[in-house]
Ligand binder design. Structure first.
Ligand SMILES: [Zn+2]
Length: 383
């Protein structure tokens, strides 16, 4: 299921393969976010052409619309969206506590208004596993309770303990449903999520607990939500020291180029984030010399591509001047071109990272990449 092939000799970076029912995913890898089975401004087939081997969507939101039963009838999530590569399904813990429709949370589950029908719903760990059976996702994520980044210690402790109890229930229900042959994908994997806020002690305890439940992989959740970078790295490092190194380790919600390089060095295998596409829509484009803000007037007559070394379709075809114009004149068209570049940039970076780990020069690549990306004169705040 997961095999490690190379371990960097200087850092904790590692390269391997995660086997799924829809093919292998080379690790470390980055997943674009397709929350409702659709990435913003990019089609599933384009994501593949941009170098994507796995995406993440949201089980709960697809249950809310169009309905997991309908997706099952239509042959499952891969057929529904024509994406025959690995699909992770997040549980919805993140959305449930952040959306305006949230009503309440208890040890039993989460209560909220369905955002499409406005009917009251009660989502439990068991229900999330049932939805995943209908979707036929490759990796189901356990339901977790993500505490707010600036929550009190008591709030974070309660959310972490609840996450543990829900992890046990997800594990049990997933085993039961799979043994009954209920899943459209009988090779579906289940990942547990560790929480713990920014407390090192609680992070360690949570990692040890989640590690004990024999999940197929482990996620570090609840980070990249407003804490400082140092707090994020420290929390991730604390859990990496405890999580089983023989299983894939997924840092949820992280996706800036610099963070990807740094966190691969800590030993992370898997990432997801809306960061590249969200920033593209704001006009922030990644280049090897750091991000640029294409909305600035100085690009009005700039005839260079976004990044001169990038072979993506956007960079091969259009100048900064033209993209600057389209962003003002036809923003939805620009979102497509710009999102494609940022996703390509990230997938190409991950591919270079994998190669460098295999060939023993990851640390050099890390230094060179961060040196250029972070030291260039930044016209905007570094992502
Ligand atoms: Zn490009």
């Amino acid at each position: 299921m997961f095999a490690l092939h190379n371990q960097d000799s200087v850092t904790s970076a590692r390269a391997g393969t995660l086997q799924t029912a829809h093919g292998p995913v080379q690790t470390p890898f980055f997943m674009p976010v397709a929350t409702k089975a659709s990435a913003k401004s990019i089609s599933p087939q384009e994501l593949i052409r941009l170098g994507t081997e796995a995406i993440i969507l949201n089980a709960y939101l697809l249950h809310a619309m169009p309905g997991s039963g309908i997706i099952r009838e239509l042959g499952g999530i891969h057929q529904f969206m024509n994406f025959e590569k690995a699909i992770f399904a997040d549980s919805g813990g993140f959305q449930m506590i952040r959306e305006k429709l949230f009503i309440g949370i208890s040890d039993k589950g989460v209560r909220f208004h369905n955002p499409f029908t406005l009917q009251r719903e009660h989502i439990t760990p068991e229900k999330v596993m049932q939805i995943n059976m209908d979707l036929g996702s490759d990796v189901a994520m356990a339901l977790d309770h993500m505490p707010p980044a600036k929550g009190s210690d008591d709030m974070i402790l309660a959310a972490t303990l609840r996450t543990h109890q829900w992890a046990i229930r997800c594990r049990k229900e997933h085993d039961r449903l799979k043994s009954e042959g209920a899943s459209l994908n009988n090779k579906q994997l289940l990942f547990g999520i560790a929480q713990g806020g920014t407390s090192k002690q609680l992070r360690e305890k949570s990692a040890a607990f989640i590690n004990s439940l024999d999940f197929d992989g482990h996620a570090i959740g609840g980070l990249a939500t407003g804490e400082s970078k140092e707090e994020m790295y420290d929390a991730a490092i604390a859990q990496l020291a405890i999580l089983d190194p023989a299983k894939p380790r997924y840092l949820m919600g992280v996706g800036s180029p610099a963070d990807l390089v740094k966190c691969v060095a800590y030993g992370i295998d898997c990432f997801d984030s809306v960061f590249p596409t969200q920033h593209a829509r704001r006009g922030t484009l990644f280049t090897l010399n750091g991000p640029i803000d294409l909305t600035k007037g100085k690009f009005q007559k700039d005839t260079r591509p976004i990044d001169e070394s990038c072979p993506c379709e956007t960079c091969k075809s259009y100048t900064r001047a033209y993209l600057h114009h389209v962003l003002k004149a036809e923003k939805y068209t620009a979102f497509h071109y710009l999102s494609c570049h940022n996703i390509y940039f990230i997938q190409d970076l991950m591919s270079e990272i994998r190669k460098s780990i295999a060939d023993g020069y990851f640390n050099e690549l890390k230094k060179e990449f961060l040196g250029k990306y972070q030291s260039a004169k930044q016209p905007i705040k570094l992502p």
